[in-house]
Design a protein around this ligand. Sequence first.
Ligand code: GAP
Length: 515
Amino acid sequence: MANQDDQFKKVVAHSKEYGFIFQSSEVYDGLAAVYDYGPYGSELKKNIKEYWWKSMVQMNENIVGIDAAIFMHPKTWKASGHVDAFNDPMIDNKQSNKRYRADQLVEEYVENKVMKKANKEIEKARKRFGDAFNEEEFKTTNPRVMGYLEKSKSILTRLNTSLTNEDLEDVKALIEELEIACPECGSREWTDVRQFNLMFNTQLGTIAGEAGKLYLRPETAQGIFVNFLNVQKSTRQKIPFGIAQIGKAFRNEIVARQFIFRMREFEQMEMQFFIRPGTQKEWYEHWKEARMKWHQALHPASKLRFHDHEKLAHYADAALDIEFEFPFGFRELEGVHSRTDFDLTQHQEMSGRKIQYFDPELNESYVPYVMETSIGLDRMFLATLSTALQDETVPDADGKDSTRRVLKLHPALAPIKCAVLPLLKNKEELTSKAREIFDKIKFSFNCQYDEKDAIGKRYRRQDAIGTPYCITIDFETLDDNMVTIRDRDTLKQERISIDQVEEIVLKKIDMRQLF
Ligand code: GAP
């Protein structure tokens, strides 16, 4: 746990120090759960988007992209169910005036007060029995552990039942029975539990009152649903086909924490795949596997897992999360949802317009079913950055051991692809040659020219932002037109001709390796 905390702190500090992520409005002490991407962060984010867009839109003939507006007709959100049902149960502590998600207070109690004790017993037994230890058997025979597991199950079952039945009084009763105190001040004086709608709203200038109430979209998906016929007709796509979109979404999260994991303004990369009714099972399997493969091209399989939803949203007949092992444990990174014909049917009813597809093979019209893949771009960024950030012991210039902090990003995602470094700053013949090379290769990819500090220090700076290659221009370069190229990961240095630089770097950063 301590290691995980340390790694997370390291990621947050590194993000700021090297210009990946800054707290929004930091000069005013920041705005909670809103973040700005700095120079390297915005490049990395752009590259992640490109990886997703290319693998969805460019690589699939039957998936097209759109870029819908953030504001939509207010009826959209009535139809989608967000006005009535996009709620979290909240509770305030009367002494600290802090607001919490009631369900999370209970879940955290279970994790910290019940499961922690069970896990402690399990770890003690593991040490005692060594290789002979059988965890499953221990969990089902040790009375103390069985008691903790039973308690945890009964609390969570009661919470789920109360939430499903909208019995908020019982959620409060549960918090009181468990004697849960405010994590901030320790008081147990709670308000009633109320539903809190997560959508931000604003007012259209020209219309007063409810009719002019606009929402900031809480998901990008609805921009795709309302454009289904426009896109299908203008691109002459036949079912099955998909519509992809990358864009901002906004949620007034009650508890927003863990850096960019849960934000109030964030970005989603969503794809709605329109299919014949009755084929949802096979497409669910297809997209489940395809999305996992996409993740595994970047990250080790051990850091990824599926989590099936037991409690389904009102629109879904099957749903799962692809979870990633963040520094604070396995959490949702992407959702795959079989959304049935819920959204299109709702928009059809609310708008009074027919939203159907004529299937020439079946010679009939129907409201298509939808398979959705929905990934948070910022979460993908956090997953990528936290896995890439590593401390390593490497030999320094004198052959002694030294440590370096390196971002082992996939070269296709790295913000800067090649650093151009003249060996010495004050030698005009070296700096002008380096500038000449820089001006030539900058047309092909992002490069950085750096002449400040000793060469070793410059290498470390490039390691810290994940640059796959550094090239050094020295006095020999002036005679033989060769430079030294250094590989970020192997630290191998080779002499190559200046003419080869572009080709070598382009090969290394080619996104095709990921498809
Ligand atoms: N259209 C379906 C939908 O929006 P969701 O599970 O609510 O489903 C999809 O969100 C993804 O969006 C999540 O898997 C997560 O990666 C990301 N996401 C959701 N809320 C977020 C938040 N507050 N901050 C950052 N990312 C978030």
